[in-house]
Design a binder for this molecule. Structure first.
Ligand code: 16G
Length: 251
């Protein structure tokens, strides 16, 4: 009965907008307004097909796109359910993943994929340092309450933190280690964000389908003198779980 009520979505056959798109937007609106709550069952392809006299393909397409955009998740043999709202990531403060998670009451974790002492001309160029300089390269899969959220590849200038590569970063914050073990105080960072889709490697690690939207970020972090670069990071955050937030002031 309740399902029937929710199926009264405004679909306009005279509209130039495709039916699947109208259906998708209407369901999205119900999710965003809380009519459909996290982990609640979403009408199935068959129910949508019958309620709106549309083809199964149209219903499937609406659900597939909602899934790709992170609004719903599917459970084999059980149907589609409303996903938790996306994590809202502020862009104003220079925070660590561990701090971000703690603030949300979630537990930060990592799976260390690679730790290596390297020289990398491209990274050196990005940081504007000597091309022969050594970096500690640390690649981690970042977890929030055990769920994979981001793939992060950091390069730290080793001359400022020799032996960093000896630490186990499974349950340890990099920023905290830099501060507490090496006395490095971070001051500011420059960061860019770009859109991309998950490739095979990222999809496998982050447990999403290849092609899922991602937020690709690049960060250069400086010490508190404001001009000594210390870190270069490339990270790929799940676009189906993350959204960025920034407050804008009128000039
Ligand atoms: C964030 C930073 C990353 C930093 C990491 C330290 C972005 C895009 N990246 O994930 O640059 O290395 O935090 O986290 O925000 P940790 O101190 O928890 O190891």
């Amino acid at each position: 009965m309740e399902m029937k009520k929710r199926l009264v979505l405004p679909i306009d056959r005279g509209s130039p907008l495709p039916i699947y798109y109208q259906l998708k937007e209407a369901l999205k609106q119900q999710i965003e307004s809380g009519v459909l709550k996290p982990h609640e069952l979403v009408p199935s392809e068959r129910e949508l097909e019958e309620a709106y006299h549309i083809s199964r393909m149209t219903a499937r397409r609406a659900l597939e796109e909602l899934e790709a955009e992170g609004y719903i998740y599917r459970v084999q043999g059980k149907g589609s359910f409303v996903a938790e709202p996306k994590i809202r990531q502020g862009l104003l403060w220079l925070t660590s993943f561990t701090e971000d998670m703690r603030e949300r009451g979630m537990r930060a974790g990592a799976k260390v994929l690679k730790v290596k002492v390297v020289r990398d001309e491209r990274v050196a160029r990005r940081l504007g340092v000597d091309p022969g300089e050594e970096f500690v390269m640390l690649q981690r899969l970042r977890l929030a309450d055990g769920e994979p959220m981001a793939l992060e590849t950091s390069y730290l200038r080793r001359r400022f933190c020799p032996g960093l590569e000896e630490h186990d970063f499974t349950d340890r914050s990099l920023y905290r280690t830099l501060q507490e073990e090496f006395g490095l105080r971070l001051g500011r960072a420059e960061q860019t964000v770009e859109a991309k889709v998950a490739d095979e490697f990222e999809a496998k690690l982050l447990e999403v389908r290849p092609g899922t939207p991602m937020l690709s970020m690049e960060r250069i972090t400086y010490l508190d003198d404001g001009h000594t670069p210390i870190e270069y990071v490339r990270s790929v955050y799940r676009g189906d779980r993350y959204k960025l937030f920034v407050e804008l002031k009128r000039r």
